[in-house]
Design a protein around this ligand. Structure first.
Ligand code: 9MR
Length: 306
């Protein structure tokens, strides 16, 4: 599950669920550059290390999200001035200081997040503008140099629904792997809804990625029951559809060879914590637990399917 450290520290219901119901943790925000690397020469480990302690004490696997992304960047990176080799050095130091700090504590990293557009073109991020297309390859090499045991992922959304995006991702990473670049897996975020994308598309994506030898992490699951932002009430019917969707994708996930199943991570615990409500400003109930931390039908059916 994705954890919000403030909730973990302040809400006993949240903490109990986090401790008892999940075996793998991703920080929803505090491992992102704006939190970990607020100034060029300052790294802030305080919150992240608290989460490391929580994971060690409670025997949870910790997944790092994310080293390189175009969002949640500190302003000093956005305003950094220098040649492309200055950028490369800064980028390398960012990645390597973080990977070295968490070596042996973080099992895996989303090394690069959301580098592709849905149409398959490379997103024109600040990293690409300043370092060039090779920033993706370099990020994996640098991360691996600092922590050779970490499992390294590329992470993105719409991998099942957008074929052009998936093909572009596979084309790039297959060619990098042929050159020996250490990329071990692909994170399919799975911000989906009760009827989109169709299960067949999810199945095709799982087959293509695992056939090409990538571990697959369902890295940010939530299942919207109200993607179009209508006025709704949570109903048994909607909750059952949500339970059916999660059951279907879980079964598909379990069909890929076990060595390629990295895990399934939910992007939050209770519906009251979901990013969807804040980000889209709509009513939605996408997670396993309701606003009062009661289990929902989707939780019960998921447990039966596991
Ligand atoms: O859930 C995260 C939310 O709290 C942040 O405000 C937001 C900032 O962009 O990022 C959210 O998490 C994103 C994740 O890091 C990458 N994939 C999409 C997620 C939802 O936006």
């Amino acid at each position: 599950m994705a954890i919000d450290l403030n909730e973990l520290n302040s809400d006993d219901r949240y903490r109990t669920v986090a401790m008892n119901q999940f075996n793998s943790i991703t920080a929803e925000n505090i491992f992102k550059p704006v939190y970990l690397h607020p100034n060029e020469n300052t790294f802030n480990w305080v919150e992240a290390d608290q989460l490391v302690d929580f994971c060690e004490t409670n025997n949870k696997r910790l997944h790092g999200h994310t080293l390189i992304w175009h969002n949640q960047l500190p302003s000093w990176i956005e305003n950094f001035e220098g040649t492309s080799s200055d950028w490369d050095l800064m980028f390398k130091k960012h990645i390597q200081t973080i990977c070295t700090h968490f070596k042996g504590k973080v099992s895996s990293w989303d090394v690069v997040n959301e580098a592709f557009e849905d149409n398959g073109e490379l997103r024109n991020t600040i990293w690409r503008q300043k370092i060039g297309d090779s920033y993706i390859e370099k990020a994996f090499v640098y991360a691996h140099e600092s922590d050779p045991d970490a499992v390294l992922f590329y992470n993105d959304y719409n991998i099942a629904s957008k074929k052009a995006k998936r093909q572009a991702i596979l084309e790039l990473f297959n060619s990098l792997r042929q050159k020996g670049v250490p990329i071990h897996g692909i994170g399919m975020q799975m911000h989906i809804s009760i009827d989109y994308p169709k299960n067949k598309k999810i199945e095709n994506a799982l087959t293509e990625l695992s056939d090409d030898g990538y571990k697959i992490h369902f890295s940010e699951i939530d299942i919207s029951v109200n993607p179009n932002g209508k006025d709704i009430e949570p109903s048994t019917e909607l909750y059952d559809c949500q339970a059916d969707k999660l059951t279907a994708i879980t079964k598909l996930y379990k069909e890929i060879p076990s060595e390629y199943q990295y895990g399934m991570t939910f992007w939050g615990v209770s519906d009251q914590n979901t990013w969807i409500r804040t980000f889209f400003g709509r009513e939605d109930y996408p997670l396993l637990f309701d606003d009062d931390y009661n289990t929902k039908p989707v939780y019960c059916k998921f447990k039966e399917t596991l």
